[in-house]
Structures are given as C-alpha cells and as structure tokens.
Design a protein. Structure first.
Lengths: 458, 676, 252
C-alpha cells in the first residue's frame, strides 16, 4: 500500500494517457509553413546573438536565462521521469556551446521533486516564488499547479500527459506547451483499427483498470473506435474495464482465448502488459498486443521472445529510420555528454528544450515570457525538427474531451513491430517513419507515410 | 466447465501467494505477537537483493537465492529482533503495530538508497525456464507458479510440524504468551525470539524472490505491499493463529477471486466497480462481520505486572513552570515566524505557512484518535479526502458558500466516521486498525474514481471562501482564516481532552473493563473519538481543497495518511504542540529540509563530499525509524526530549537552590506495559 | 428486602459446567461472602453478574429489574460497583483523576458539546465530593500521585474509592485482600465496614482470606465445581462437613 495509490490514480493515468497520447492528433494539414525549429523563427539568425538588456523580465540576468525543472523524481512505480532533466541539460549544452542565445546561457536553476504529483501545487508555488525562473519544465503525472503557472504567465514545457494541461472554462492554459496537444483519453484515431483490419484481426480484446478513471475512459474510447472505424470488420469480443491493480489476469486471458481474440489493446502500464503477455503465452493464446509506451531497447532485447510480433507506437521519430534524421543523430550524439543511459523521458526533455529555444528565437532579442508564449501559439505545425508529428498550438490547449470538434483531422505516428528483439518499422518506408491517418475515415483508408525532418527523410 | 477448472488451477496458484504471505503474517503473530504489516517490505528487501545479484550481475540463481533468502533475510530478522521487537514483548499491541508501521515506511527507503527500483525490470526467477508451461486440459501452470505452490506447501507443512511436534515451536508460542513465565520454565526467551524472527524473515525472503515472477517481473515495493494487504484477509480469516486455516483461506480467496473474475460479466457496472477493490472490500467485510474476532483479545502477559510502570503522561510530569516555559517559547517563536511570513515572506513562504496551518488541523485529528482515543486509525487521509470532495462538489455543483460547504464536508466525514465505527466497536487493537485500513483502501479503489464523488478526471475549480467584504482568495487572508480555524480546533481538542470525553477516553485507554465498571461505555467513547477525529480531518480536507483550488486525490492516498500517522506518532501524538510541529516537519521536510537546508548544513560541517539534494526516501527512513521509538516514548520522541531537557534544566536550577522537584522524576525506562 | 438476586445461573465453557444453577441473593445493606476453592466458578459468576459474560441460563435481577439485556456499563449506572482481583487502574492518571472520572461517570453527563463549550472542567461540587472520598479512605496524601507509583495495597484502596464514587447500592469485591499483608487486609476490612455502616452499601465479596470473611460478612455462599454446595450464616456454613471437605480442608 505504500504507493498503491500512485498506481491507482497517477501512474496508470499517465501511462494509459501516454498510450492514448499515441492516438492524439495533430495538424499537418495546416503545415504549409516549413515546419522546422530553426526556420520557424521570426528573428533572423544574426539576431540570436544580440544582447539586449531585459530589466524586469523574470528569470533573465545579464548572463543567463534561468529555467526551473519539476519532475516526479520519487516515483516508485517505475516511470523514470527525472531523466527528463538530462535531455534538457543536453540540449541547453548544445545551445550554450554555440555561445548561448541573445548573449546569455541557458541554465537549469532548480531540480524539484514533486513526488509523483502529490506535491505539484506546493512545488509549483515554491518554484514561482523562489526560483526566479523564466520558464518551467515539468515531467509529472499530475499538474495540479497548472492554474498557477497560467496565472503567473509562465512559459511551461512539459511531457504532456497530465489531464490538467488543457485549458478549463476558468483558466486559460495557453502558456503550457508539449510535444503533443492536450491529451484526449477517449478519442483515439483509427490507428489500432487500421492495424487490426490490415492484419486480419477480426476479434479484439480490450482491457483497462477499474481503479482509474482515465484508464476506463481510454478503454471505452478504444471500444467505441472499433465501432466507428472498422464498420464491422473487427469486433470487440472481450471488454474488461474493471481489472484490479496487481490482480491476476488469467481469467481475462481465459475469456479471450475462449472468444478467439487475435488482437489485444490495453490501457495499462508496462508492468501489467508483461504479466498479460506471459499469461497469454501460458494459456496458449497467440494474440498480438499493442504495447503502451514501451519504446525501450533494453526492455525489448530482454523480453525478445515474449513480445515477438507485438506492435508499439513510439512518441517520437524512432531511431530505426534509415537514414536517421539530423535531429535524431544530434540527440543520440549529444546526450552522451550528460547520461550513459537515456530513456524515453530524456528524449522528451530534449524535445521540450528545443521547443523552448524555438520560442525564445521567435520572441526576438527583446524577449519576454509573454512574447515566447505568444510566438509559440502562432505556430500551427511545430514538429521539433521532425522528431515529433506537427502540433498546432492554435488548438492544442483546448480540452479535447469537451471539444471534440477542435481536434485535428489527421493523426501521425510511427508504427513499429518487435521482431527478433528489435524494433522494426511496420509497412513504412525506412526514411518516412510516420504513418498518418485521416481521422474522418475508417480502417479502409490508405495511410500516408511521412517524414517531418527538414530534408523530408528520417 | 473450462472456466471452472481453469479458475481452480489459476486460483490455487494465485491463492498460494496469498497463502504464503498469510502464513508469514500468522507466523509472525504467533511467534512474536507482532502483526507484521511490514512483512511485504521485508520480502521486498530480499527480492531486491536477489534481483541485483541474479538479474543484474548474473550471479548463479542458487547462490543468489542462498544470499538473499538463507543469509540476508534471517539476518534482517536478527536485527529486527535485537534492535526492536525484543524490547516490545509484553508491550501493548498498539506499540508493536506502530513499530511495524514504522518499518513499513522505513525499509523501502533504506533499500532504495542503494537500489533503483525504477530500473528493476525483467527480473529473472529462481526456477530455470520459469515460463515453461504444463497443461492439463483447460488448466495451465507455469514452472514459476508450480514453484510458488510447492514453496507454500512446504512452508505450511514445515511450520505446522514445527508447532505440533518440535519443542522449539512450543517454546516460540510460550515466549509470546509470557516471556517471563517461559524463562521461569527454563526457556531462553531471547534466543527463542531471535529464532522466531529468523524464521519469519526467511519466509518473507522466500516470498520476496518468488513474487516478481507473477507480478510482471518488476521488483517494486508497491506490489509486495499490495499483495500483503490482500493476504491480510486470509490471515484474519485464520484468526491470526492457525497456519492450516491461513492456507485454506488464502487458497480459497484465490479460487473465489478467479471464479468471480471468470463468471462475473466484465462489463457490468457492479463488476467494474467491485472487482478492483475486491480484496479490500473483503477485508472490510470480514473484519466487520466475522464473529470470532470479537473473542480474540490481545495476549497480555500474566506477569506483565513485574515490568516497571509506564512513563506517566506528559501532562503529569511536566511541571507547571516547564509547561509555562515551553508555551512561552513556542508563542514567541510562533509570533516571530508569523511576523516574518506576513511581513516579509514571498508566496512560497506564505504557502508553507498556510499548509502548516492546514496540516496542523489535519494532525489534530490524529491527536484525537491516537493521543486521546488510543486507536491507530489508518483512514484519516480518507476522511480528509471525503471532507474535501464533499466541500468542493457542493461548492461547484450546488454553488453553496465555501465556508458552509467546508463545514458540511466536515460533518459528512464525521458521520461516516461514526457509522464506520459501529461495526468496528466490537473490535479492539489491531483489528480496529486493520478495519480502518480496509475502509481506506476500499474507498480508494471503488469510490475515488467516481465523478459524483470527486469531480472525476477534470474536477471543477473549487473556489476560495468569502465572508462579506473579506475575500479569502488572497493567500494572506486565507492564512489568517486557517490560523483561526486551527485555533478553534486546538481549543476544542484541549477542552475535550480536559473535559468529560477526554477523561472517559483516557479511562478507556487505561482499562476498558474498569471503565465499564464505573459506567463508562467504551463503545460510545470510540464512536465519539472516531466522529470527532474524522470531522476534524474532513475540515482540514475541505480547507486544503479550497486552498489548492481543486480536489486532488493524490493528497489523500492511504499511504500518505499512513505517513501522517508515522510523523505525528514520532513527534508527539498527545498534544497540540505535537500536531503543530509535525505539520512543520511534514510541509518543510520535503520542500526545504532535504533539498536545501540539510545539504547546506552538511556541506558546511564537512569539506570532503559535496552533498546535493537528499532523496525523498530519506524522510521515510527518518520518520519510519522515528516511529519505532514510539514503543519507548509513546508521548513522542520530541516531547520526550523536550521533557528531558526541561528536567535537566530544572534539576540544575533546583540544585543550585538546594531544592528537589520530585514530580519531574519518574521511571524513565519503560516497556510501556499497562499497569494491570 | 432483596436488593439483588441471581437465580439458577448456569454457564458452560466447552462442555464444562462452570456454573450449574447457582442462586445467590443479597439484601439491602447486607455484606455477603462468596467463597470456594480456585476454579470453583467465582470469577465466572462475577462476570455473569456484570454482563462481561452472558449466562446460558437463569435470571439476574437487581433492584427489581431484570439485567440480562443490560450492558456492563449500564449495570454500573444503576448501582452495581466493583473492584478487580487483578488491579485495573487507569494508567497515566493520578488518584484524584480516577475519582473525578468516576464522579463524572456517575452523573452520566458526558456530552461532547458540553466539553466543546468549555463546560467539561471539574466543577467545585465534584471536587468537594472527590475530596470527601479521599478523606474517607485516607487517600488524601497520595491524591495527586500517578497510580503507577502506589503500592498494591494502596492501589486496591484506590479501586475501592473509585467504585464507591458511583454510589453503588451493591459493591462486588473480587478478592480485595489478594496480594496484601495482614495489616493492609485489616485496613481494607475496616474501610469496608465503615462504608457499609455509613452509606448502607450492600457488599458481595469473593475472598480467600477466611478470617476476613468471618469478620465481615453476615451470610456466606460456597461454590465448588460450579455448584452451590452451601449457604447460610457464617457459623453454619463453616461447620458444614461438605464445605470443610471441599474447601477449607481439615486444617481449620
């Protein structure tokens, strides 16, 4: 029970959220503007070194631009959120080694532990009052301090899985940015359904936790998506949104086996997915799973036989593209200076740091917090030099749960399959890792393969 | 039929886990009189060592097993016995339970100083090729599952034989009943008690290395403790005494759960709400309904009267001057702090102060329940959450004034607390504690997710109160309001403590039988305590929800409530000072002490190592180990030291005047035995 | 007039008759003894009277009212006080606090709201009554000591004082002399006589100390193996052969 609840309401929330995040959509339709970090800026390259005094701008000294980082360092259930900071530091080092920006270096001045979201409000208050930071970076499962950050006009860059990041009727959160729009727990696009139909999976099983509201929403969303997108070609024959935490999954597997399930979608964390996979193997159910955020090369190597043939959708351009995009190459190279053991969250730290720097560049030498926010909110297709699918910040802050109409019409994601202990791009040309779907069409559509990297490959 | 047999085999496999853990709980209770709620984290310690050796460093499975289970686990048992539990024989059950709670909090902290569990995935098991499957028709078992069934059976048979036929088993039981009587009969009770702890820890270690294979190959403390919580049901069904019954109950629970999983529709509303909470709901129900539990009274040593009497309550030994001095000191310190906060503090300092005031209110509920009522409730955070949820729901959905909704929230929490105490009345000691625990977990796994309870995934913003022209949206005025509320709550607690209820409660705490003999109803005293404590918690919950702007379930996790209890018990569960100081510590430790103040201090006293922010685990070690001192200092360690300091001070001043203050003296050594 | 009557009380433990149709009565203002060897069922009988155990058969009436459905603490309220064989004091409280608690319990006004508005503090009349009791039992000097510091003999007196504070009509004493020396026993006996004389409190006493029983009681009941084997005046009973054989032995 020590941290049981973390699992119940927090970890599950995030991880399932992440699972659904795979399916949240973006707006490449509007991406007529060249979508890359360097070139989306309004200031000319020459201006980036221009030093202008910024009196009265919070968190900016003569020599530095200060940022605070809040992560769930103490996170007993497994997500390595603190590694987010490594990615930020690595990207800042790249910028600082080139002489910084506007004559200033970027400096991480605070590394706060929000204790799996429990202390988010407290830590946010403390950070706003004590850190004298220009921007805040967060990787936590809950963002209780969202309203405060909004009120303070604080440019905030996060691993965008907390439900609180979306604007509410009383609080506009357009200062909060992530590499994906505000999360939608129950409105997936047709990715899973397309995969199912394409592989001839007609019988589907869906499992979610009964203890977590978000997990239930996610499971229900998937179930509805099969009705909406497959036109009867694939049917959800097993649906369980009531799994207990640390419970035995053998009953579910037995039921799925009895019903001939071929494809399993879950809204659970990685740990439970392993359990499920082992149980499936035990009972001889040869169904394929779609794994939530398990883009972890060590993990897959260690469990190669267990997960053979399963699908997974990474949240950024995978390293397996050929050729790798310049952004991926740079990340894999530069991250070594900070950590020997980068994980998913490390790459997100890098991507968010890049987003922040793009915002600074766009704001110009006379930058303020508001200018950074305002500039980023004009972008309709920010994509981190092709590392992530484009995000439209004109709609990204809207709560997709209450405003489904604001959701984008196209959804792009890399689809990978595990083969021989390795991640292999599924159906995709090696240089175009993102599979893009039109969310208004069903599983019968032919997706478009894309790369968002500057050269159009990788 | 397939479901029937499949459910049976898988139920037996999963039930074996419950059974193994339940055997551990029963064994610990039988041989040491401790309800070892820390059994799961003991297992975790061995699991972690086995993981590091076998999975990480590729040490041979057999060698790793010997190291983790045969060497390390019993060693841990020896340490626990030598350092802690040996001194708790014959102590009131509640002291032993608090000690175990302290360990539950401290051990994972200690393990995690050296072990990064976030990376402990893909754990390899003891059995080679553990996922090899053996099938018989619809029944399938893996080697890992068979290993658990076999291990459980061997342990069960071994322990049953030990108790039935070996002199060691008999002696173990004798030592629990009465260490002195056993000594008189020529038994070396220290050695026997050590043997008991080695044995229990060995079972824990065994469970520790086997469990990851059925929980997704991760070595994470939460999985161990969750499973132990479920196993408590089986242990309670075995009345904490019978190993065969524990096995039967564990297996039965496993099988019934599997059948329910297979035969209940997975998409029905009832199933989806009951299933995840099933173990906790059954714990709640078993404790509420099992008639046998009424008869189990905690074993008390017939020769306990030989022990020195316990330390008298603080109020009895603090001299008037000492009390006045302490009060004056705190008053001046408090006013100084407030002056700083109000006049010079930035938003973060004000935030500290508001939280301290609110947590001091919340901790007053523990003062009422534990300090006054002598109970150990593990559901105070749940009651606070109920208060917060009711208050914010009424304010956002019905548009009532927040002042009113906070009071209604407190009232609802109080009523639920009283209603909940009704079935618990007949239970005493640990069963009452477990009952509150079951309630908290059941509430958490069933109700918290409902939108109508908490506002769901997107709770609406809960407003700040306003009275006429005073708007408490401003943090400074909100702080003043919280201080006023704290003042009122503290006054009420002091009045109740000094009034009839407090006297009755301390009489019941002293001797329930004697209290009944003069017409005091222990049942009524308990209802009142529960209601008052729950009401105060609900009040604090409403305030924090209004302050933070929305209901946040993370504030009210059962584990957080457990940590509150541990902190308050460590610092001083009997006084308002204690609650206030505990609030200071709770709020500031994680935010300022560990990341800033302590490293600063450490870097100034020694030049050798550069110390950065200390990990949060440190606070668990600190307070977990702090709580284990409760047995010796039930008034709280800080209170104890204050009193000692005062005593020294007074002795010095009196000596110089040639005086002698007899009231300050008293037996300082104590095993906390009741003076019966 | 009969104050208290137990009629045909039976109690079985795991097939063993601990009490077999035991009938005992106590009149107003009378001191009655209940004797018997260890294991005769005296304590079981006491616990039945107090509602700590539920008898399997028989009736118990007190002051004209049937008690079987009255919970333990209510029996105290209607006038049955008791002391314990193994001392049961409230650890952590002083002697005076023991009596204050009992006094408040007698008044029965333990409403929480009264505490909350500050009406829970001891009132002058309560303190006066407590002082009178301390005086009566000679406890004034130890009044403010924690009970843990008292000797066994003094602790028994405190128990007695506490029981008397609720002004019982009937006082049940469970081996009040156990663990005491002769002087202390004599002192307790003296106090009991005084209480009985001045307040008219009826007393039912379970006791091993025969001289004490003889000096105190007017009538005596003898239990053996759960059955009542004799009853009547002290002299009659102690001359009874069966009693001598079962209990007193031949050394009397």
């Amino acid at each position: 029970m020590r941290v049981r609840k973390f699992v119940v309401s927090v970890a599950v929330l995030s991880l399932t959220a992440a699972a659904c995040a795979n399916s949240s959509s973006t707006t490449p339709a509007k991406s007529t503007k060249a979508p890359s970090g360097g070139s989306t800026t309004s200031a000319g390259a020459a201006d980036f070194n221009k030093h202008v005094a910024r009196p009265g701008v919070k968190g900016v000294t003569y020599k530095t631009i200060r940022v605070a980082v809040i992560t769930a360092k103490t996170n007993p259930i497994g997500g390595r959120y603190h590694e987010y900071i490594d990615g930020i530091k690595a990207y800042f080092k790249v910028i600082n080694d080139k002489g910084g920006i506007y004559g200033r270096t970027l400096e991480v001045v605070a590394d706060r532990d929000d204790f799996v979201g429990t202390l988010n409000v407290q830590m946010t208050t403390a950070s706003l009052a004590d850190d004298n930071a220009f921007a805040t970076f967060e990787a936590t499962q809950q963002l209780g301090g969202a309203d405060m950050l909004a009120k303070a006009g604080m440019p905030t860059f996060l691993w965008n899985i907390p439900a609180e990041s979306a604007s509410t009727p009383k609080s506009d959160h357009s200062n909060i940015f992530g590499s994906n729009p505000s999360i939608c727990f129950n409105c997936p696009g047709p990715l899973n359904q397309w995969l199912a139909v394409k592989n001839g999976f007609t019988k589907i099983g869906i499992i979610g936790y009964g203890v977590s509201a978000s997990s239930k929403l996610c499971a229900e969303g998937q179930r509805d998506a099969y009705k909406k997108y497959t036109h009867g070609k694939a049917e959800v024959v097993f649906f369980d949104e009531s799994l207990g935490f640390a419970a035995d999954v053998s009953a579910d597997v037995a039921a799925m086996k009895a019903k001939g399930v071929q494809y399993v979608n879950t809204c659970m964390d990685t740990n439970e997915v392993i359990k499920l996979q082992k149980e499936m193997k035990k009972q001889g159910l040869n169904a394929i799973q779609n794994l939530p955020n398990a883009y972890d090369h060590n993990f897959v190597r260690e469990n190669a036989t267990l997960f053979e043939g399963n699908f997974i959708e990474p949240l950024y351009a995978p390293w397996e593209t050929n050729p790798q995009s310049p952004a991926t190459i740079e990340y894999l190279d530069k991250i070594k200076a900070i950590t020997k053991d980068p994980v998913e969250l490390t790459q997100f730290g890098w991507i968010e740091a890049m987003q922040f720097v793009d915002g600074l560049k766009g704001a110009g030498p006379e930058f303020t917090q508001q200018k950074v926010i305002d500039y980023l909110n004009t972008l309709t297709a920010w994509n981190g030099q092709g590392l992530v699918p484009p995000v439209d910040f004109t709609t990204a802050h809207i709560n997709p749960q209450s405003h489904p109409e604001a959701r984008a019409k196209t959804q792009c994601q890399p689809i990978m399959q595990i083969k021989g202990g390795k991640f292999v791009l599924y159906e995709t040309p090696a240089d175009k890792p993102f599979t893009c779907f039109d969310t208004s069409k069903g599983s019968e559509q032919t997706p478009v393969y894309k790369s968002f990297a500057p050269g159009g490959v990788g | 039929m397939d479901n029937f047999f499949g459910g049976l085999t898988d139920g037996v496999a999963f039930g074996s886990v419950y059974a193994l853990l339940a055997i551990g709980l029963v064994l610990a209770y039988k041989t040491s009189g401790v309800f070892n709620i820390a059994f799961g984290v003991q297992a975790y310690a061995s699991g972690a060592l086995f993981y590091v050796l076998h999975t990480k460093h590729d040490v041979n499975a057999f060698v790793a097993f010997i190291a983790a289970v045969v060497v390390m686990a019993p060693l841990l048992g020896i340490v626990l016995d030598r350092v802690l539990f040996r001194f708790l024989r014959g102590a009131p059950e509640i002291n032993r339970l608090i000690t175990a709670l302290g360990l539950l909090v401290a051990i994972p902290g200690l393990v995690q100083l050296k072990f990064d569990q976030t990376q402990a995935t893909s754990a390899k098991g003891v059995v080679p090729n553990g996922d090899t499957v053996y099938s018989w028709g619809p029944a399938h078992l893996t080697r890992d599952q068979i290993a658990i069934i076999v291990a459980m059976a061997l342990v069960a048979i071994g322990i049953t034989l030990l108790f039935r036929y070996s002199p060691l088993g008999l002696r173990m039981r004798a030592v629990v009943e009465s260490p002195r009587m056993a000594e008189l009969a020529g038994v070396n009770s220290n050695r026997i008690s050590m043997a008991s702890w080695m044995l229990t820890s060995f079972v824990a270690g065994l469970a520790g290395v086997l469990l990851p294979q059925i929980t997704g190959n991760q070595v994470v403390d939460v999985y161990y403790t969750t499973l132990v919580t479920a196993a408590i049901v089986a242990a309670v069904l075995a009345s904490l005494t019978s190993v065969p019954l524990a096995v039967a109950a564990g297996l039965g629970l496993g099988v019934v759960q599997e059948w329910l999983n297979r035969f209940l529709p997975t998409n029905s509303i009832v199933a989806s709400n009951i299933r995840p909470g099933l173990p906790f709901i059954s714990l709640f129900l078993v404790l509420a309904l099992d008639p046998r539990l009424r008869r189990i009274r905690s074993a008390s040593d017939p020769l306990a009267g030989v022990d020195p009497p316990p330390v008298a309550a603080i109020a009895a030994t603090r001299t008037r001057n000492a009390a006045r001095g302490t009060r004056l000191f705190w008053l001046i310190a408090g006013l100084g702090y407030l002056y700083y906060v109000m006049g010079h503090g930035n938003a973060s300092v004000v935030d500290d102060a508001v939280r301290i005031a609110i947590y001091a209110i919340l901790f007053c509920s523990i003062v009422v329940a534990t300090g006054l009522g002598g109970q150990l409730p593990l559901a105070q955070a749940t009651f606070a959450g109920i208060g917060g949820a009711v208050s914010s729901q009424l304010a956002t959905q019905q548009g009532l004034s927040v002042i009113v909704t906070i009071l209604i929230g407190a009232g609802v929490a109080a009523v639920i607390g009283m209603v909940m105490s009704l079935p618990a009345l007949r239970l005493g000691g640990i069963f009452l504690t477990l009952f509150t625990f079951g309630f908290a977990l059941a509430f958490e796994s069933v109700f918290v997710k409902f939108g109508w309870v908490t506002g769901g995934l997107f709770p609406e913003a809960s407003p700040r109160p306003a009275i006429g022209p005073i708007d408490f949206g401003n943090d400074h005025s909100f702080l003043v309001m919280c201080l006023v509320v704290f003042g009122v709550v503290a006054t009420i607690v002091v009045l109740v403590r000094g009034g009839t209820t407090g006297r009755f409660l301390s009489a019941v705490r002293g001797s329930e039988t004697a209290a009944a003999s003069i017409g005091i109803s222990a049942a009524r005293a308990r209802i009142v305590t529960f209601g008052l404590a729950a009401g105060i918690a609900g009040l604090g919950g409403g305030l924090l929800t209004s302050y933070e702007g929305h209901y946040s379930a993370t504030n009210w996790q059962t584990f957080i409530g457990l940590f509150w209890l541990v902190i308050v018990v460590t610092i001083g569960p009997r006084t308002i000072d204690g609650a206030l100081q505990a609030a200071f510590v709770f709020v500031l430790f994680q935010k300022r002490v560990l990341p800033v103040w302590l490293p600063w201090l450490l870097n100034h006293v020694q030049p050798f190592w550069k110390i950065n922010a200390l990990p949060s685990a440190v606070q668990f070690i600190f307070f977990g180990l702090g709580a284990v001192t409760y047995a010796k200092h039930p008034e709280g360690i800080l209170e104890f030291n204050k009193r000692n300091a005062m005593g020294t001070f007074q002795r010095l001043t009196h000596r110089s005047q040639g005086g002698n203050d007899s009231t300050i003296e008293g037996p300082m050594s104590s095993h906390g035995a009741a003076a019966s | 007039m009969t104050l208290f009557e137990a009629r045909d009380v039976s109690k079985k433990f795991a097939g063993i008759m601990a009490l077999d149709n035991v009938s005992i009565d106590v009149n107003d203002g009378e001191i009655v003894g209940l004797v018997g060897p260890n294991g005769a069922g005296k304590t079981t009988f006491f616990n039945c009277l107090l509602g700590l155990l539920k008898p399997d058969g028989g009736t118990i009436t007190f002051d004209g009212a049937e008690l079987s459905r009255v919970p333990t603490h209510r029996r105290a309220r209607i006038g049955i006080g008791r002391t314990f064989q193994r001392i049961e004091l409230f650890s952590g409280m002083s002697v005076r606090e023991h009596l204050l608690v009992a006094e408040r319990a007698r008044r029965g006004d333990g409403r929480l709201w009264k505490d909350v508005i500050g009406m829970g503090r001891p009132r002058p009349d309560e303190l006066a009554r407590v002082d009178a009791m301390l005086e009566l039992l000679g406890l004034t000097a130890e009044a403010d000591r924690p009970v843990e510091m008292l000797s066994l003999g003094r602790a028994r007196v405190v128990e007695l004082a506490r029981a008397l504070m609720i002004e019982p009509k009937l006082l049940l004493l469970d081996e009040p002399s156990s663990g005491l020396d002769h002087a202390e026993t004599a002192e307790i006996a003296e106090k009991l006589r005084e209480v009985n004389r001045e307040r008219g409190t009826a007393i039912l006493i379970v006791e091993h100390d025969m001289p004490m029983v003889r000096s105190l009681v007017s009538r005596v009941f003898v239990l053996d193996f759960g059955r009542l084997i004799a009853s009547g005046s002290v002299d009659e009973v102690f001359d009874d052969d069966a009693v001598r054989k079962a209990y007193i032995g031949d050394n009397n």
